[in-house]
Design a protein around this ligand. Structure first.
Ligand code: EPZ
Length: 429
């Protein structure tokens, strides 16, 4: 099992390039199931979750090929409508194949995705949408079976919460439905818009993506297409906060300014300068951050996926901050680990009160989930001494070469695999 060692105290300088968005790539890869031609995706990040989605699609009969930094998919002879249990358990985003399979084959058998470190993560809204469009849903032994023998029909679906996954699954299911589907209180995330843009490029009739009301008129088929995934706003925000916590002057190449407005605004509140430039954003941090309060909400609010990273930053702020997590009920797994590094945090239900300290101290910590892992790396950049981070496989699910990207802008960080420093080998080769 790999560990990451971080020795704090280095300011960051230079340029870091943002990879393609994990949370756009995963639904768009699932949507390739709807195409009767070849789909060529570029700017796909090299992540464990992307590999897992490739495995799921191949298990369903999709031919997947890598060509450099592109992925090619052919779904013209699907053999299977049952997604394999081990892969669904490994990554809940695999559930995003349900909508396309139901639309394409009229039936899908898929294991209920489990909860994870950040919450129960139900799928009731996904199923509500499928049923509204005429699917019959049965559940036996932890497997969901959805069938629509007469095909799906358009429907008006109200989402009780603006669920990203439910919006995406219902959007994909509605592409071939007879008539019009309206998704109300739809998620507005840029990744939903990227999926809709991809589907439209394949020939889908979709209007209103990015607003809370998306309208889809079913079509008979969707063709192959070449498409480039948007940059990852959560990765961009993570490196912006890395500069804020370590201090320095970093240019985040490929960051899309309109996708990171909430994080830019919060960093400005704590005294960090964020300057939009062509092709990205420049972040300058030269003093101890001031405290601030944060409430996570659906886009365009402050993203829950940057809440742990901001908590790390606010742990060294010159005052007390309050973070309220309204999206997931269990997304404070990083608190205990940050406290091992000297942070002063107490939680009450969905609220964390962070009393800023002058310094954090390096410690041995374990990664409980993907974004908590990023937060621990960032805390290590600031902590005195060495932080040894284990269970880094969680981080590899969502960050491409995090230690290489941070080392390239001056961080003292390395990955150790079976006792051997992988990073040093990479430098020598
Ligand atoms: C997506 O997860 C992202 N994952 C998450 O990123 C992100 O945190 C989340 O959206 C919120 O922005 C991918 O896109 C692959 P939701 P998703 O459905 O779709 C409740 C990361 O770190 N809900 O928007 O699973 C749910 O319990 C990951 O990259 C229902 O009640 O999130 C939660 O409280 C973590 N019923 C809220 O909605 C449902 O049927 C938001 O969940 C579905 C969701």
């Amino acid at each position: 099992m790999d560990t990451i060692l971080v020795r704090g105290g280095r300011r960051l300088h230079g340029k870091v390039s943002i990879s393609g968005a994990k949370n756009a790539a995963l639904p768009i890869m699932a949507a390739s199931l709807l195409s009767d031609g070849e789909v060529v995706l570029s700017n796909i990040p090299d992540l464990d979750d992307v590999s897992t989605m490739c495995d799921v699609l191949e298990a369903l009969g999709v031919r997947v090929r890598r060509a450099g930094s592109r992925l090619l998919f052919r779904a013209d002879n699907l053999e299977e409508n049952e997604a394999p249990y081990p892969l669904i358990r490994k990554m809940r985003a695999s559930f995003l194949v349900a909508g396309p399979l139901l639309a394409r084959l009229g039936a899908v058998r898929i294991p209920l995705p489990g909860g994870c470190a950040i919450g129960l993560r139900p799928i009731d809204l996904h199923l509500k949408g499928f049923m509204a469009m005429g699917a019959e849903i049965r559940q036996d032994g932890g497997v969901i079976e959805a069938v629509a023998p007469r095909g799906l029909h358009g429907a008006r679906v109200y989402l009780d919460v603006p669920s990203v996954g439910a919006t995406e699954n219902i959007l994909m299911a509605s592409c071939f439905a007879s008539g019009e589907t309206i998704i109300e209180n739809a998620a507005r995330e840029p990744e939903v818009v990227d999926l809709a843009n991809f589907l439209v490029r394949m020939g889908a009739d979709i209007r209103g993506a990015g607003t809370s009301a998306i309208r889809v008129t079913g079509v008979s088929r969707l063709s192959g297409v070449a498409y480039e995934i948007i940059p990852d706003r959560i990765e961009a925000g993570t490196y912006m906060i890395a500069c804020a916590i370590a201090g320095g002057d970093v240019f985040i190449r490929n960051a899309v300014p309109e996708h990171i407005r909430a994080i830019a605004a919060k960093l400005a509140e704590v005294g960090v300068r964020v300057i939009e430039a062509d092709g990205g954003v420049r972040v300058i941090a030269d003093k101890r951050p001031a405290p601030t309060d944060i409430t996570t909400t659906a886009y365009p609010g402050f993203p829950t996926d940057l809440q742990p990273q901001m908590m790390a930053l606010l742990s060294v702020a010159a005052g007390t901050s309050v973070i309220t997590e309204t999206v997931f009920e269990g997304r404070f797994m990083h608190v205990a680990e940050l406290k091992r590094m000297g942070a002063r945090i107490r939680t009450e239900n969905q609220t964390a009160i962070i009393e800023g300290v002058g310094e954090l101290s390096g410690a041995r910590v374990r990664v409980p989930d993907l974004r908590a892992g990023a937060a621990l790396v960032l805390a290590g950049l600031r902590a005195e001494g060495e932080t040894e981070i284990s269970d880094v496989h969680h981080i590899d699910r969502g960050y491409e070469s995090i230690e290489a990207k941070l080392r390239a802008i001056g961080a003292d960080i390395e990955r150790v695999s079976d006792g051997v420093s992988v990073s040093r080998i990479a430098q020598v080769l």
